[in-house]
Unconditional design. Structure first.
Length: 590
């Protein structure tokens, strides 16, 4: 039988000249990480040695590298090898009792920058199960050695600094973590797998779980990329499964890619977050009932004679959601009230069974691609310019929200060039390192702030300076109020700017931004914003500037958009002198 060398490299996670696996115990040859042939010879030799022990737990190689072993047997390479009993592996597989696999997408978590892309994991569905919460979940994630602050965590995640490990745990722990604790929807994609494909996947999971870790990178060696490589071992001859064309691999892209593979997804299930469930419960309350719930919560005391089941359910829902939101730290009074409410509710009639309908527009297979190429023309106080922009990712406030959490933004690594017709000059226009916006709705039961943070190198419009630039950063926080199709936010914060064109070379101080965005129909979005900044390094009463903007976006599909934006930027220290800017843009996602 011919030996499938391509599949051997797939088992080794071999790409671009070496294996992505970084744990030394994954290799039986000292050169195995970079030499597949040496690893092949060492593995065959190990399978014939009845006394050899490998892996983190010192089992025989046949019992550790089970996917390799089965592949070599099928290839006719182990005809005279001894057969070693593997009770630990057999017990583990019997405990999993898996008959199928589900790919899980956890939607983005706007108030945690490291989770803005979403997350993926697998669920191993047991035979004859009664509740999928008792199935096993398989997740691959970074494991910090200590509690690093957010910026350090993001830096190490992007540039390396954490080990990535597989975790096998009960699915209900992941539902509690993502669905309840982080208010993330879970979208479950049931995969089509033959028994042989399933067995290969589980055997390879055991290999990885027993021997190795991967250096974790947010961009390309993350929860989705490594899981896709795992599943690709199961789908032995399908080269499409873990294919991706970009230098990064986003969780939503993994799901979107699988949805294009004929027959790989059998069915889909949507599990709304606890926050969405509480919000839906809130919709069924009258204003008087909402007021009653707030009074009960504020007093930390349940009235003795309460019989309104909707109010009781809302109180229980509020306390349950708060329990997860503040990491299991209900006060003693809240705990007593929750117990009392549950006991009281048990004595009253059951609620009428109503199948709630939830907004499922954030399913990633509906989304536009993350990269974008745009052409634009602009007029700045009668001066005409033209240019183009390359955006590496990912989604902005004026993009089509279908497939994303509405009114969110995570732009990174964008750059644009312009040509000034009047001055006959080509120059860069703007470079965005990162621009994050989370317009999180402030609600009674979920009082979280909205925020914005960005770092850019952009044009200066508030000084008499042609084609000049500044490095700009800001951090704002505030409140947002939302309906399903609109959002209004007010934020305050600080900014800082550095440029050789500024008198002191820099300026910094307080700033504020008010914005309103609305999705009008399926094809049109409008946005208004006003930002004012004060330079605290000078006399604030005189040293300020203001920018007001009106934005329009039109969508024909999820592949392209058309935008028109007008903005007015005041001269520094004056509201009377302005730069008026109009821009028309065509954008193509790819």
């Amino acid at each position: 039988m011919d030996f499938d060398y391509k599949y051997w490299e797939k088992l080794l996670h071999f790409k671009k000249g070496e294996s992505l696996a970084d744990g030394e115990k994954f290799f039986l040859s000292p050169n195995g990480k970079k030499n597949p042939e040496a690893e092949l010879r060492a593995t065959i030799s190990a399978f014939f040695d009845p006394n050899m022990k490998v892996g983190w737990f010192n089992y025989h190689p046949q019992c550790v590298f089970r996917a390799r072993y089965e592949f070599f047997k099928e290839s006719g390479l182990l005809k005279d090898a001894p057969v070693i009993a593997c009770p630990e592996l057999d017990e583990w597989k019997a405990g999993l009792n898996a008959e199928s696999i589900t790919l899980i997408f956890s939607s983005s978590y706007p108030n945690n920058p490291s989770s803005l892309f979403g997350h993926t994991l697998l669920r191993l569905n047991q035979k004859d199960k009664k509740n999928d919460l008792l199935d096993y979940a398989v997740a691959f994630s970074a494991v910090p050695e200590k509690d690093d602050p957010g910026l350090i965590f993001a830096f190490k995640g992007f540039f390396g600094g954490y080990k990535g490990l597989f975790e096998v745990t009960k699915y209900y722990t992941k539902v509690n973590e993502y669905n309840n604790g982080e208010s993330r929807d879970l979208i479950e994609y049931n995969l089509s797998m033959t028994p042989a494909e399933l067995d290969r996947t589980i055997n390879h999971l055991w290999e990885l779980y027993q021997t190795t870790y991967f250096d974790y990178y947010f961009a390309d060696e993350n929860c989705s990329a490594v899981l896709a490589d795992l599943i690709a071992v199961g789908y032995k001859d399908d080269v499409r499964v873990n294919a991706h064309a970009r230098w990064y691999y986003l969780p939503g892209e993994m799901v979107k890619h699988f949805s294009t593979l004929d027959g790989r997804i059998k069915s889909t299930n949507y599990r709304p977050s606890l926050k969405k469930q509480v919000a839906k419960m809130w919709e069924h309350l009258t204003p008087a009932e909402i007021s009653e719930v707030k009074d009960i919560v504020d007093m930390d005391e349940l009235p003795e004679g309460i019989t309104n089941t909707k109010v009781l359910d809302a109180v229980i829902g509020y306390l349950d959601f708060t329990h997860y939101r503040i990491k299991h730290s209900l006060s003693e009074g809240q705990q007593k009230m929750l117990r009392k409410a549950l006991i009281k509710r048990a004595t009253l009639p059951k609620a009428e069974m109503v199948k709630e309908i939830y907004d499922q527009s954030n399913m990633p297979e509906f989304s536009h691609n993350p990269q974008k190429f745009s052409f634009f023309t602009r007029v700045e106080n009668h001066n005409t310019l033209a240019g183009f922009e390359i955006k590496q990712g990912y989604h902005d406030l004026m993009s089509n929200d279908r497939g994303f959490d509405a009114f969110s933004q995570f732009d990174f690594l964008n750059a644009s060039l312009i040509y000034d017709f009047k001055n006959k000059k080509v120059d860069y226009d703007k470079i965005t390192v990162v621009d994050l916006i989370s317009l999180h709705e402030y609600r009674f039961y979920d009082p979280q702030l909205s925020w914005r943070a960005k770092v850019t190198n952009e044009r200066i419009y508030d000084l008499d300076c042609k084609l000049c630039h500044k490095v700009n950063g800001n951090a704002y926080g505030g409140l947002s109020f939302r309906s399903p199709k609109t959002v209004f936010s007010v934020m305050l914060g600080v900014f800082g700017e550095v440029s050789s064109n500024l008198k002191k070379g820099f300026r910094a101080g307080p700033g504020s931004e008010i914005s309103f965005y609305a999705q009008l129909g399926e094809m049109y979005k409008i946005g208004l914003y006003n930002e004012i900044r004060f330079d605290a390094t000078k006399k604030i009463a005189d040293d300020y500037y203001n920018q007001f903007g009106l934005r329009h976006s039109f969508f024909t599909d999820n592949k392209r958009d058309y935008r028109f934006e007008s903005s007015v930027v005041s001269q520094f220290g004056s509201f009377k002198k302005n730069t008026v800017i109009h821009q028309v843009t065509y954008g193509q996602f790819f």
